[in-house]
Design a protein around this ligand. Structure first.
Ligand code: ADP
Length: 454
């Protein structure tokens, strides 16, 4: 059995991994940047090693230093969390070659799914519906315009190496296409060091619905239901829930089957997510696979009662999943709100600083995953998410009311957060009726006075 795990991450996910390891009797090693000395995961892990300066490029992205720390501390495995090196095939390969278990899929699956054009092609060949678009990356502008016309406007230009909602541009005609094509390429080159782009039909007002996958190294692939992540701002998720208020039992069943097919096509092992867009008529299309644990995994944990981080570790340890698809029961409705240190009333300007009083809500059906505490100084170098509020109950109305109640109890003084925005959304009729698509936030901002969420 794995004895000690290095956690190659920070923030709430690092803490989440420490907690799972504690319960499994596994020792933990935190690696941290100079800016994270006061971080909770550093204090709660069994051991901690500083690996460099505040910027991620000097610490959390320094693969060699992380491997060196793993060797010095004699760990058997590395959990990459999400972001940073979690979808870096080269890092997974490095771990494999140093005989350190990478808690995630094999590097070839990361590579295959990491190129979004290859991923689409792979699952398409396995019969999974994909968004109509170019066959792989487009070579040049002339070819690209031809394809865009053939698909029919509007189209979306997407970076093959894209992630985090970046490197995507929408075009409505030949003229805007020519401009957006170059913008997308430049953005992708800057953000991912790879300017390659592909084209897809732009689906109007879809829902983003994704399926959680667990696959062991013995060939068993299971799906743990869906998460509706349609509430997004600039293609970035703000709220996630399960089950989706939109899916019928029949559609859920069909999508679940295709999700498993897609994971099988990727020769997948460990926890992963198959993302789909679903249009108003219920047509669904694969868009990408995330080959790691996701921020919103807690939603699935509360609906199914399955601890996904523990399952990831057991799978990496070579164990068989000890349950079948028919054992997976969906007994709860769960809603997650991302609590970001941002000012929603000022165009989501980052709001780092020192938290004064911090008080997290509790009570029946409330879970808070956060590394924040009273007096914690939020470093300005990283993602602005400082916590996740997950509320659950036997049905959606209960989960909704509970989320509103918990948000009302949440105190984070000294900085601006997304808490007031979430409260406004929880009492907004469109969201309450389960009608939010990916176009929801834009519409919400257009019709809601700023003082209602500041
Ligand atoms: P990333 O990897 O950057 O998260 P995704 O491919 O997962 O990018 O897409 C993120 C979001 O962008 C989706 O949830 C959706 O809101 C929007 N999007 C992506 N592709 C399309 C499309 N073809 N039509 C409409 N919206 C899209």
């Amino acid at each position: 059995m794995i004895q000690k795990i290095l956690i190659a991450n920070r923030g709430e996910i690092a803490l989440r991994i420490v907690r799972a390891c504690r319960e499994l009797g596994i020792k933990t090693l935190a690696v941290y940047s100079e800016a994270d000395v006061q971080s909770l995961h550093v204090q709660l892990a069994d051991e901690a090693i500083c690996i460099g300066g505040p910027r991620s490029s000097d610490s959390y992205l320094k693969a060699d230093r992380i491997i060196a720390a793993a060797e010095i501390a004699d760990v058997d495995a590395i959990h990459p969390g999400y972001g940073f090196l979690s979808e870096n095939a080269k890092f997974a390969e490095q771990c494999e070659s140093c005989n350190i278990k990478f808690i995630g899929p094999k590097s070839h699956s990361i590579k295959m799914m990491g190129d979004k054009a290859v991923a689409k092609d792979t699952v398409k060949k396995a019969g999974v519906p994909t968004v109509p678009g170019s066959d792989g990356p487009v070579e040049n502008e002339t070819e690209a315009v031809k394809i865009a016309r053939k698909i029919g406007y509007p189209v979306i230009i997407k970076a093959v190496a894209g992630g985090g909602g970046r490197g995507m541009r929408i075009a409505h005609n030949d003229i805007s296409f020519a401009k957006e094509y170059h913008v997308a390429r430049n953005e992708a080159e800057k953000a991912f060091g790879n300017g390659s782009v592909y084209i897809e039909k732009y689906i109007e007002k879809p829902r983003h619905i994704e399926f959680q996958i667990l696959a062991d190294s013995h060939g068993k692939v299971l799906q743990l239901g869906e998460r509706d992540c349609s509430v997004q701002r600039r293609h970035q998720k703000l709220i996630e829930e399960s089950p989706s208020p939109f899916l019928t039992p029949d559609l859920r069943k069909r999508m679940g089957k295709f999700a498993v097919k897609a994971a099988e096509a990727a020769e997948y092992e460990n926890a992963g997510t198959i993302e789909f867009l679903v249009d108003a008529k219920g047509n669904f299309y694969f868009i990408e696979m995330n080959t790691r644990i996701q921020v919103e995994h807690a939603v699935t944990e509360e609906c199914t009662g399955i601890d996904l981080i523990k399952q990831q570790i057991l799978i990496a340890n070579g164990e068989k999943l000890d349950f079948d698809q028919s054992d997976v029961k969906f007994e709860k409705h769960a809603i997650e709100c991302r609590i970001n240190a941002e000012d929603p009333a000022r165009n989501f300007a980052p709001s780092p600083g020192t938290i004064g009083l911090y008080y997290a809500p509790g009570g029946h059906g409330v879970r808070v995953d956060s590394h924040a505490y009273s007096g914690y100084a939020i470093p300005p170098y990283y993602d602005s998410m400082i916590g996740k509020l997950i509320c659950f109950g036997h049905d959606r109305p209960t989960a909704l009311k509970r989320t509103y109640r918990a948000l009302s109890e949440y105190i984070i003084n000294g900085i601006k957060t997304t808490i007031p925005l979430h409260k406004a959304i929880m009492s907004d009729p469109t969201f309450m009726e389960g009608k939010a698509t990916t176009a929801y936030m834009e519409d919400f901002f257009a019709r809601t006075p700023t003082d209602l969420f500041s």
